[in-house]
Design a binder for this molecule. Structure first.
Ligand SMILES: CC(C)(COP(=O)(O)OP(=O)(O)OC[C@H]1O[C@@H](n2cnc3c(N)ncnc32)[C@H](O)[C@@H]1OP(=O)(O)O)[C@@H](O)C(=O)NCCC(=O)NCCS
Length: 199
């Protein structure tokens, strides 16, 4: 990446604020087991996640968590709606071969269906292209129709399919990998801006 800016920096959208979170914010947004929320077997299950498991992810304190992310060239934004933590948008490690980074997202079910995920992810995409990435990757698992829809709204394109990639209960599911190139994003957002300007 060109600019070495690996900060989970403050981002704002029309309705949302994205920023580094606290351990409590993560406990809120991870209240339910997100694998069950994906509805991979056609059923969305509201199964609570073990609080101690989540706490263990932030062992050593939140500053330490963000220090580790920074060192690994990763990001994790808590998404706030009027100061309430409603979800998070995070990245996996970057891939320097095609200057890409993979994004994932998770929203608390109390806040689904209002377009918050696409709005927050769009701000993150903008930021990641600005700091120097050329491609953004995002994957969804077979059966996760909600994530597929979010990626469709944002304009991600099919890139690859990893067959039998992830184990879910006692069966394997395919992973659908999608891509957003910087060019596609810029032409898309410019078009949206032009439409808005002409209204
Ligand atoms: C996938 C997810 C992020 C969607 O967030 P969101 O803010 O609700 O996104 P949207 O409001 O744009 O809704 C996306 C689609 O989800 C579906 N959806 C929304 N609310 C729903 C609900 N309560 N029940 C079932 N489906 C619902 C709709 O098909 C919707 O598309 P539409 O707007 O065309 O109707 C959220 O469901 C989530 O966090 N799921 C659990 C974790 C997960 O799957 N993470 C993805 C891993 S990368």
């Amino acid at each position: 990446m060109k600019y070495n800016n690996y900060e989970t920096s403050l981002l704002k959208t029309n309705r949302l604020v994205l920023n580094k979170g606290t351990t409590n914010d993560f406990l809120k947004v991870y209240e339910y087991d997100f694998k069950r929320l994906m509805g991979l077997d056609g059923l969305i299950e509201f199964e609570k996640q073990d609080v101690n498991k989540i706490k263990s992810w932030f062992k050593g304190g939140i500053n330490n968590y963000y220090r580790k992310l920074h060192k690994a060239h990763m990001f994790d934004w808590i998404v706030y709606l009027k100061e309430k933590a409603i979800g998070n948008v995070l990245t996996e490690e970057e891939n320097l071969e095609n200057n890409s980074i993979e994004v994932a997202f998770n929203f608390h079910p109390n806040y689904w269906g209002k377009g918050y995920a696409p709005e927050a992810v769009a701000a993150v995409i903008d930021y990641l292209f600005k700091v120097g990435y050329d491609n953004i990757i995002c994957a969804y698992l077979e059966g996760d129709v909600k994530s597929k829809r979010v990626l469709g709204k944002l304009g991600f394109k099919p890139f690859n399919i990893e067959r039998d990639s992830v184990e879910f209960d006692n069966y394997m599911v395919d992973k659908y990998i999608t891509i957003m190139t910087k060019e596609d994003w810029l032409s898309r957002t410019t078009k949206i801006k032009r439409i808005n300007d002409s209204l």
